[in-house]
Design a protein around this ligand. Structure first.
Ligand code: PRP
Ligand code: ORO
Length: 209
């Protein structure tokens, strides 16, 4: 099994994927969705966690071998980013959605140096809004973002456009198509749910509005 299907299979076996067409989930972007993929759950399963950590490390070595620092997008990218930074023996920092309102007032937490080459770790890409906000903060701090690696993407065109507009190379380990392939193989999904997912995917930004 290839990496994208293996991770999809872990997302199903750990029950990280939930379907609820009747009571839609609200996504970070504000979109309503009949599906939620909670990658955070995989952290509770050592076998899945280790496979994801090793796959992230392999992707960084292959695509961004000059990485000097790993940065996690808060919050779900923090544990994943920490694990992979440890595996690669690299420094780690994380980026909040906005500057903290007390204490040091930081948006980026950890030691960073201007000009450092960073790879951003995100758990999941829907529109890319959250992770690209982190890229903006890193660039404003004088950090060179060489790319991003995410565990999962829905593969929406809007995300491709957002990453292209910001000139951020994105590598993803698994995706929606691999998830649906595996879900069908494993009878995780009813024919009825599959139909509602197909409808949703045609116009996700206005589904359930
Ligand atoms: O590509 P996007 O449209 O930005 O959506 C994906 C983002 O949404 C989730 O984070 P969430 O806002 O739920 O916060 P969390 O990481 O703190 O759980 C996820 O972890 C991504 O960061
Ligand atoms: O877009 C989101 O907020 C989102 C979607 C999803 O499936 N999983 C998740 O953690 N966040």
């Amino acid at each position: 099994m290839n990496t994208s299907h293996k991770i999809a299979s872990y997302l199903l076996s750990t029950k990280a994927v939930k379907l609820s067409p009747e009571q839609p989930f609200k996504w970070s972007s504000g979109w309503n969705s009949p599906i939620y993929c909670d990658n955070r759950v995989t952290l509770s399963y050592p076998e899945a966690r280790t496979f994801i950590k090793k796959s992230l490390a392999k992707a960084i070595k292959k695509h961004f071998p000059d990485a000097e620092l790993i940065a996690g997008v808060a919050t779900a990218g923090i544990p994943q980013g920490t694990l992979v930074a440890e595996a690669l023996g690299l420094p780690f920092a994380y980026v909040r959605p906005k500057p903290k309102e007390h204490g040091m007032g930081n948006q980026i937490e950890g030691r960073i140096e201007k000009g450092q080459k960073v790879v951003v770790i995100e758990d999941l890409i829907s529109t890319g809004g959250s992770s690209l906000k982190a890229v903006d903060a890193l660039r404003e701090a004088g950090i060179e973002v060489v790319g991003m690696v995410a565990i999962f993407t829905y593969g929406f065109k809007i995300a491709d456009k957002n990453f292209a507009d910001k000139n951020v190379p994105l590598v993803t380990l698994s995706n929606y198509n691999a998830l649906i392939d595996e879900a069908i193989k494993q009878n995780y999904i009813s024919a009825e749910s599959l139909e509602s997912l197909k409808k949703w995917r045609r116009k996700p930004e206005t589904w359930g509005v």
